[in-house]
Design a protein around this ligand. Structure first.
Ligand code: ADP
Length: 299
């Protein structure tokens, strides 16, 4: 220890000011955050593309689209990770067919759960004691859990890490945007309905404010074609997502129709069979993946 450091230490030890102790603690926390971020950057640099999936509103199919895209990419031979940061309502374990899995560690890192199609999945759902347990956490704790998911999970080498955020512009998407500085950008999920569109504009504004490029808008639940008579009904309206994307100057990546088989496949954790099928919904997922690959230059 240098003479200067010794003097500082003895001054600190003799100081009874509470604010001085608090200052030291704050410095220790800042040092730890710096070290954590370095470890996190080392994990993230092995991942080619990091994509955030956002929506303005709940129930527009954000998690279903995030899971469907992960499966579609994995089915086309890509190495894919799927991180569920919807801490209060994690639905990714069920959608990915791994709802009974538990997170395990190898002593140093948390091992992601492998879905049947080989996607590396991590979710708070793998850590809850009971399936119906509620998570009641405030912002700082959410930040540290999300940091742990990024830093302590052994993601390995991946082509894509897809991050499913809860709806809105709260602590979770903000934390992840602060923690991953080199993300490719955000995919914004909406339905064509005006009430969803007005909220999704806020998600685009959020992305812009945190310097996250908007890769594009995906319009989900876009029309329903009756399997009996073939008649199309625009249950939530039509084209609202595309009009909003053009209005806000962001790319439009495509439409996914209302498809009852997506619901049953998701509930049963069987998205792989669904995505490789020939329903209009499955084809639209594959078309969105093609569009995305073009935008990312990873086709
Ligand atoms: P969010 O993550 O936005 O809350 P979810 O992905 O949980 O939404 O989807 C909400 C509900 O809508 C689920 O029951 C899901 O199966 C259903 N769903 C999502 N997308 C579609 C679709 N394209 N066709 C039919 N049902 C869908």
């Amino acid at each position: 220890m240098s003479e200067n450091e010794k003097q500082k230490e003895s001054a600190c030890n003799s100081c009874s000011s509470e604010s001085c102790g608090a200052k030291t603690q704050r410095k220790d926390e800042a040092d730890q955050d710096y070290l954590d971020r370095q470890a996190l950057a080392q994990r993230m640099c092995k991942i080619d593309h990091k994509l955030f999936v956002l929506s303005g509103k709940g129930g527009v199919g954000k998690s279903s689209v995030a899971a469907g895209l992960a499966v579609a990419l994995a089915s086309s031979g890509k190495r894919v990770g799927l991180l569920d940061i919807d801490l209060h309502g994690p639905s990714i374990p069920r959608l990915m067919g791994v709802r009974d899995a538990r997170a395990e560690t190898d002593g140093e890192s948390i091992i992601p759960v492998k879905s049947p199609e080989g996607v590396s999945v991590m979710s708070v759902g793998f850590m809850l004691q009971g399936k119906d347990d509620a998570v009641i956490w405030r912002g700082p704790l959410k930040y540290s859990v999300i940091k742990q998911f990024l830093k302590d999970v052994n993601w390995g080498d991946l082509d894509y890490l897809i991050i499913d955020s809860p709806p809105g512009t709260g602590d979770e998407p903000l934390s992840v945007a602060q923690l991953i500085e080199d993300a490719d950008g955000a995919l914004i999920i909406t339905t064509p309905q005006a009430v969803a569109i007005s909220d999704v504009r806020k998600s685009i504004d959020f992305a812009r404010r945190v310097n996250l490029p908007v890769l594009g808008v995906i319009e989900n639940m876009s029309g329903f074609v009756c399997p009996e008579c073939g008649k199309r009904s625009d249950v939530f309206g039509a084209g609202g997502g595309e009009d909003m994307a053009s209005d806000m100057g962001v790319p439009f990546l495509g439409r996914i129709p209302i498809d009852p088989t997506l619901v049953t496949s998701g509930d049963a954790g069987g998205l792989r069979a669904y995505i490789s099928g020939d329903t209009a919904g499955a084809k639209s997922f594959r078309a969105v993946v093609d569009e995305l690959a073009k935008i990312l230059g990873s086709a």
